[in-house]
Design a protein around this ligand. Structure first.
Ligand SMILES: NC(=O)c1ccc[n+]([C@@H]2O[C@H](COP(=O)([O-])OP(=O)(O)OC[C@H]3O[C@@H](n4cnc5c(N)ncnc54)[C@H](O)[C@@H]3O)[C@@H](O)[C@H]2O)c1
Length: 407
């Protein structure tokens, strides 16, 4: 069986490599020529534990090649971005539509098109099936459609790719069985075959569940600050209850999933959605809350903005993904209020994203009086000594000391 993976980003690349290393013949397609150039020269395109080694195994298998165009294959796996439209909050399906159109231009009769991208419930019906019909093709005969959403987390992608269970949404159980065989090349987890719309909704619900629960922790943090209570200690004690498991508060929610997917439900069901919308607002309000706290600390301690440094630009620890990151949201918020002059630093980020961004930890710290920890990278956890003469505002509850103020 030949598999064409369309979109070689955070999801498509490890999937393509795992399928090739697992024995299938794989062509990886991406429209980004720079990205393909890097892959062709043997470089991985983002940092992830074990990815270079997996790349090597996939190449040595002889099963892997890359192309800027879709090719003839038995199975297509589409892993392209799915943003939301800022005004309506509904999914913007343009990348999925374009990718499926490219696939349909070359797919042989009976090919399976499995969309891995996270999509709003109903997207296959409203955006993908009409493309098949437009081509004069019959869905279920000429093209068999599926939705196989991905659950992996950056930082632990390869472990989760292998061990997570997987949802396989199909019209026809036979297609589900073929896809199970395909994914069995690397997936040791359970594979649940269900309907396409259930698979679409399940994935969005999983991320929405996380968003709502993080929002609860964040609201507790704000409430406890107002009431002069220690939120982290309260959560620690409350979680000793056998049926309570409160998540950790933080400076906001970022990444390509949790901060995006709940909007699909808000956009499609505005008159029903209430809790989910409030959760989004609470989490999106956290960077501004962090800024308020920073401003209070500066006033109390007589610290100037040039003496403040924000540690961490990524959306989570030990990855280089900065999409929707709370620090970038905070940076935008500062700029809107004409506040300028603070420093930024992230050991995982090698390109310039903001003004006054440092690329060396000691140079970043030199001359600072207040460090705001936005991301719990291993480096900051191990740097208590370097921070001991500074005021630290720790929004991630990851450093300790008398000089540390918590969220
Ligand atoms: N990143 C995650 O942690 C994660 C986890 C679970 C699910 N997802 C979902 O997976 C999907 C992909 O996310 P990602 O993080 O891999 O995105 P990404 O931006 O890292 O990668 C997408 C790739 O698709 C390519 N692309 C876009 N249109 C194309 C086309 N028509 N033909 C060929 N290539 C095309 C882009 O050039 C890019 O390289 C999204 O729906 C996302 O919500 C992501």
């Amino acid at each position: 069986m030949t598999i064409n993976v369309v979109g070689l980003g955070y999801i498509g690349l490890p999937t393509a490599l795992s399928l090739a290393a697992g024995g299938w013949s794989v062509v990886g397609t991406d429209q980004n020529k720079t990205l393909l150039g890097k892959l062709d020269s043997g470089e991985v395109t983002f940092e992830e534990k074990g990815l270079p080694e997996l790349f090597l195994r996939a190449k040595e298998s002889g099963n892997l090649s890359f192309s800027t165009c879709c090719v003839e294959a038995d199975v297509y796996i589409v892993a392209v971005p799915t943003p939301y439209l800022k005004d309506s909050k509904r999914i913007d399906p343009k990348f999925v539509v374009a990718a499926v159109e490219d696939v349909l231009a070359v797919s042989p009769k009976g090919a399976i098109v499995a969309v891995e991208s996270t999509i709003a419930p109903g997207t296959i019906d409203t955006c993908v099936r009409p493309l098949i019909a437009q081509k004069g093709l019959v869905c279920g005969r000429d093209v068999r459609i599926a939705h196989v959403p991905e659950r992996i987390i950056p930082g632990n992608m390869l472990y989760e790719l292998t061990h997570n269970s997987r949802t396989v949404g199909v019209d026809d159980p036979g297609v589900g069985e073929t896809l199970k065989t395909v994914y069995r090349a690397f997936c040791k987890g359970d594979m649940v075959v269900t309907s396409i719309k259930t698979a679409e909704m399940t994935k969005v619900v999983e991320n929405t569940y996380r968003d709502v629960n993080i929002a609860f922790a964040n609201e507790l943090a704000r409430l406890c600050y107002r009431g002069d209570m220690d939120v982290n200690e309260i959560i620690r004690v409350a979680n000793m209850h056998p049926r309570v498991n409160i998540l950790s508060p933080g400076p906001g929610v970022g990444g390509h999933c949790i901060s995006v997917d709940p909007w699909f439900l808000v956009g499609d069901y505005p008159d029903v959605v209430n809790l989910i919308l409030q959760a989004r607002r609470i989490n999106d309000g956290m960077p501004a809350f962090v800024l308020e706290r920073v401003s209070e600390l500066m006033q109390k301690r007589g610290i100037r903005v040039s003496e403040v440094g924000f540690y961490g630009l990524t959306y989570k620890e030990n990855v280089d993904d900065v999409r929707e990151s709370p620090t970038l949201q905070l940076y935008d918020c500062m700029r809107r209020h004409l506040a300028d002059g603070a420093r930024f630093y992230d050991p995982m980020v090698k390109t310039t994203l903001v003004e006054r961004q440092y690329f060396e930890f000691d140079a970043f710290l030199d001359g600072l009086k207040l460090v705001v920890v936005m991301v719990a990278h291993d480096e900051i956890r191990q740097s208590t000594q370097k921070l001991k003469n500074l005021l630290v505002f720790d929004t991630r509850n990851c450093v300790s000391g008398e000089n540390v103020v918590k969220l």
